[in-house]
Design a protein around this ligand. Structure first.
Ligand code: 4NP
Length: 151
């Protein structure tokens, strides 16, 4: 199973989602993250995201931002988008129905499509990053439960 987490810059939300998900899945899984923009390409995650993950014993410091590619849409099995703008951007890149079927809003697992957005902590403070961590942690559990992966 190959899981891709997607946000805007790939320096705050999706790196955290990648780091959290990696702690919960079997070795046979591959988890990665990308952004829809290339503004931060090659950069490590935001310092506040690195610190928040480290507070929970997770090292995301070696990740590097990269933008999503057409190959990602082909290669990954499940693609989870952090907010609706990101979701619409990724859907617009899909070439066929098979690709569209892989693309989800990360929080839609909780059933409320309207409110299924992971808020962007980029303009916030450490409390916002911690709130996002908790939301992502719950979401990862719910996704794995749905995929019938015991963790
Ligand atoms: P992310 O947060 O999408 O969670 O990585 C952002 C990072 C950078 C910017 C916006 C959001 N930016 O505008 O540079």
């Amino acid at each position: 199973m190959k899981i891709l987490m997607v946000c805007l810059g790939n320096i705050c939300r999706s790196p955290l989602a990648e780091g959290i998900m990696k702690t919960k899945v079997p070795d046979s899984f591959f988890v990665d993250s990308v952004g829809t923009i290339s503004l931060h390409e090659g950069e490590h995650p935001d310092k506040r995201a690195i610190k928040t993950a480290a507070n929970h014993g997770i090292d995301i410091s070696k990740q590097r931002s990269r933008p999503i590619t057409n190959e990602d849409l082909e290669n990954f099995d499940k693609i989870y988008c952090m907010d609706i703008d990101v979701y619409e951007d990724v859907i617009s890149k899909a070439k066929n129905e098979e690709q569209r079927q892989k693309i989800f809003l990360f929080l839609e697992i909780f059933g409320d499509h309207e409110n299924a957005e992971v808020p962007d902590p980029y303009w916030g403070d450490m409390n916002d990053f911690e709130d996002v961590f908790q939301l992502l942690d719950k979401g990862c559990d719910a996704i794995l439960n749905h995929l019938k992966i015991n963790n």
